[in-house]
Design a protein. Structure first.
Length: 418
C-alpha cells in the first residue's frame, strides 16, 4: 500500500510509540537496581554510579554509528540494530551478576546504553515527516509514550525477584532478564512495522539524494556551527541530561543508605520517570505555541527547584526527595523537548542524521562525566553536595535559554524591519 505523507507520519508515530513502550520497560526495569547491583558486585559505594555512567557513555558512543546507519540505510535498520545491541547488553549484565564480574557488568551497561540512544533517535524519526507547525507535538508524543514502560519498569524490581531465584540468579539481576526480553521485542517490532522508512521517504519528498559526505557527522557539525539555535539546543539538552543523570543515578544509594526498601526505591524512581515523560505532550504544545526558548527557560527553572529540594533531603525515603525527583524529571522533559526542537528546526533533511548523532554524542558524554563525578562526590562529600553542583548546571540552562530567546526575538525584529 502506498501512503501519502500524512498517512506515513501517523503510521511512523504509532510504530515508534509501541517500540518506545518496550524500550522504556527494557531500560527502566534495571534503572532501580543498577547502582545497587554495581555496589554489590564491586563492593564499593564510590563505584556504584559507574553502571549508569557506562550506560550513558555507551549511549553517547553508539549515537554516531546509529546515525551513520540511519543516513546510509534509513531509520528502520538503524533503530533495529540499536535495540539488538541493547538486548545483548542486558544479557551481559545478567551474566556478569552470575559470575561476579564487574568488568563484564560495565561492558553490558555500555551496550545497554544503545537502548537510550535508540529512544533518543526515535524522537528524530518522529520529526522526519512532521510538518513544522506540528514538529514539537509529534516529537513529544514519542517521548511521552515512554511513560508507560518507564514508570512500569522500575516497579518490576520486586516481582522480578522470584524470577531471578527460579533461574538461580542474584535477585538484583531479575529486572535485567526482563530487559533482555523487552528489548528483543522492540527490535522485532521495529524491523517488521517501520515501513515506509520515514527518513528515506522524507528525502524523496524533499528531492534529496543520498550522498555520504552530506550526511556525515562532519557536515552535521558544520551545519550546527552555521545555526546558533541548533548549537544552543545541544547545550540545553546536554546540561539537562548531566543534571538529571548525575542526581538520579545516586538517588537509589541515598535512599538505601537511609534503609529504604527496594519497593520504595522503585516508587521514587517511578515518580521521577513519570516527570520525565508523562508531560512531554504539554512541553511539545508549549514549543509549538510559544517557541522552544521559553519552554527551555521553564525547564531550567524547574531543575533549579529540584536541585534545591534534593539538597535539603535526608537519606532514606521522604516526601521532599520524592517531589525533588519528580521535578528533576519534569525539568528534564521541558529541556529535552525544547532542545530537540531547537536542534531539528534549522537543519535540512541531509544534515539531520549527522547533526542529531553529534548532539546525542555530546549529550551522552557530558552525562557520563556527570555520573563519574556523582559517585565521587557522594562518596566523599555526600548527596547534598551533588545537588548543589547540579544547581549550577540548571542555572546554566536558563542562561542558554535566555540567549536563544534573545536571538529569536532579534531575528524576528530583523524580519520585521526587512
Amino acid at each position: 500500500m502506498v501512503m501519502d505523507r500524512a498517512q506515513a507520519q501517523r503510521h511512523t508515530v504509532r510504530t515508534l510509540m509501541l517500540t518506545q513502550v518496550l524500550g522504556g520497560v527494557g531500560l527502566a526495569a534495571g534503572a532501580t537496581v543498577g547502582s545497587l547491583l554495581a555496589e554489590r558486585i564491586s563492593g564499593r559505594t564510590d563505584l556504584a554510579g559507574l553502571g549508569g555512567t557506562f550506560q550513558t557513555l555507551g549511549s553517547a558512543l553508539l549515537a554516531l554509528p546509529i546515525a551513520a546507519v540511519a543516513h546510509r540505510l534509513g531509520r528502520r535498520p538503524s533503530l533495529t540494530m540499536a535495540y539488538v545491541v541493547a538486548a545483548l547488553g542486558a544479557l551481559g549484565i545478567v551474566t556478569a551478576s552470575a559470575i561476579s564480574s564487574f568488568a563484564l557488568f560495565l561492558l553490558g551497561s555500555a551496550l545497554l546504553g544503545s537502548a537510550t540512544a535508540a529512544n533518543s533517535a526515535a524522537r528524530y524519526a518522529a520529526a522526519d515527516l512532521a510538518l513544522p507547525e506540528r514538529r514539537g507535538r509529534d516529537l513529544s508524543l514519542v517521548v511521552w509514550v515512554t511513560t508507560v514502560g518507564s514508570v512500569f519498569g522500575p516497579n518490576l524490581a520486586g516481582p522480578a525477584a522470584p524470577l531471578a531465584r527460579t533461574l538461580g540468579l542474584e535477585v538484583l539481576a531479575g529486572p535485567f532478564v526482563i530487559s533482555t526480553v523487552t528489548l528483543t521485542s522492540a527490535a522485532l517490532v521495529m524491523t517488521w512495522l517501520l515501513r515506509p522508512d520515514p527518513l528515506l521517504l522524507s528525502r524523496t519528498l524533499a528531492g534529496e539524494e543520498y550522498e555520504h559526505q552530506k550526511g556525515s557527522v562532519g557536515r552535521g557539525f558544520a551545519a550546527i556551527r552555521r545555526h546558533p539555535a541548533a548549537a544552543l539546543g545541544i547545550g540545553v539538552m546536554a546540561l539537562a541530561h548531566v543534571v538529571m543523570v548525575g542526581v538520579m543515578v545516586m538517588t537509589p544509594i541515598h535512599l538505601v543508605h537511609g534503609h529504604a526498601s527496594l519497593a520504595v526505591v522503585g516508587f521514587v524512581i517511578s515518580g521521577h520517570i513519570l516527570g520525565m515523560f508523562a508531560f512531554a505532550p504539554v512541553m511539545g504544545w508549549g514549543v509549538d505555541r510559544y517557541g522552544a526558548p521559553p519552554v527551555a527557560l521553564t525547564g531550567g527553572l524547574i531543575l533549579v527547584v529540584a536541585a534545591i529540594l534534593a539538597g535539603l533531603s535526608e537519606a532514606g525515603f521522604s516526601a521532599l526527595l520524592t517531589v525533588a525527583l519528580f521535578l528533576l524529571g519534569l525539568g528534564w522533559s521541558a529541556a529535552f523537548v525544547s532542545g530537540s526542537t531547537l536542534l531539528v528546526g534549522p537543519l535540512t533533511v541531509a544534515e539531520r542524521p549527522g547533526g542529531q548523532g553529534l548532539a546525542d554524542l555530546v549529550m551522552g558524554l557530558t552525562a557520563a562525566a556527570g555520573g563519574v563525578v556523582a559517585g565521587i562526590v557522594v562518596q566523599h562529600w555526600g548527596y547534598a553536595w551533588l545537588a548543589h553542583i547540579a544547581l549550577t548546571g540548571a542555572a546554566a540552562i536558563m542562561i542558554l535559554a535566555a540567549m536563544a530567546l534573545s536571538a529569536e526575538r532579534g531575528a524576528g525584529a530583523g524580519r520585521t524591519v526587512d
